[in-house]
Design a protein around this ligand. Sequence first.
Ligand SMILES: Nc1nc2c(ncn2[C@@H]2O[C@H](COP(=O)(O)OP(=O)(O)OP(=O)(O)O)[C@@H](O)[C@H]2O)c(=O)[nH]1
Ligand SMILES: [Mg+2]
Length: 370
Amino acid sequence: MEVKNFQLSIVIPTYNEKENIELLINEIRREVSLARNYDIIVVDDNSLDGTWLKALDLINNNDIVVRRINFKGLSTAIIDGIIFSNKEYIVVMDADLQHPPKYINSMIESAVKKNADIVIASRYREGGGVEGWSTLRLIVSKGATLIAKLLLPNARRVSDPMSGFFMVRRNIIAKNLSKLNPMGFKILLEILERGSPSIVTEIPYTFRSRVYGESKLGVRTIIAYILHVLNLCGWRPIKFGIVGGLGTLVNLSIIAFFKYYLPVLASKLFLLGSSIAIEVSTLFNFIVHEIWTFKDRRIGTPYRRLLLFHLTILPGLLTQLITANIIFYGTSINPIISQLLGILIGFPINYILSELGIWKKGGTYLAVKT
Ligand SMILES: Nc1nc2c(ncn2[C@@H]2O[C@H](COP(=O)(O)OP(=O)(O)OP(=O)(O)O)[C@@H](O)[C@H]2O)c(=O)[nH]1
Ligand SMILES: [Mg+2]
């Protein structure tokens, strides 16, 4: 497709954005110069301030205002907006002027040039940024991005998987509608993981600060986000933790068995006894990870993974040992708590090495072009 024939809908989810929607629609009309043929779809969840009514006043013939009654939720609003479109590409953007419409022109250019399925407007690419964020807000955003990147292979491939400002080919949504579970706030993550896009590009942009209206971000949003990411990664870290706990039980049961039935292995030959217990529990953990935690990630030979798994135990154990000792000697806290903290800090190290090194994602990776 050429730039001049670009077919575009701009989907804007709104909740109590009466002051912003007028400014935004005017700015879109002024700034979006590359697409001649675009329409605007506002999806409002029956805002108390009557945003939908205001939007109805502002739209042209081809535009749509959807007023959802008894529905609430950002991601479902976006998906509903996309379903109303009949254009090849959709831009999704917030109503609160944080996503400057002028960048839609660069998104169109990038989509045409690279034949992209998704174009992400990224705050974290060189040339992009954020305006007016507190340090806390920056930490929350960076922390959330890091969690997504650790747990989700496609999120790892792009710089700003949490962006709310992006362009997507409508087909990606239409073809995968039954796979998408639009919970939470971050629909882009869902599309990256479940929409099977092949080509993704990114353009840098600067996120503006909100002038009118209130942010809907709060503790509930953060909890919903964590549940969303866990859902997308098949609850892998939780499974990993359960296996670790069971492995510890196996380890201790073997020592108990030796104590009663082979006392020599629990006294004079304790080094041998405890080595056997460690090895058996390591094998136990490995087998359960293979058939449960990472069953969809078995690429290459199992021997290679088994060897790597043995190697990764060491850094985790070392971290555990060092942390527990620093805490115990440094703060003279109860030794059980020190040990527990050691285990808690060793756990992510083990998990990360397993996720990134041993049971890596196989198959075709999404191509990121810039
Ligand atoms: N239709 C609909 N829109 C929503 C809902 N929640 C938020 N929105 C809209 O989604 C966009 C993003 O919401 P914001 O509250 O700005 O979230 P944010 O941009 O992550 O947070 P801030 O930076 O603090 O503004 C805005 O246009 C909101 O009006 C909802 O439940 N339904
Ligand atoms: Mg906002």
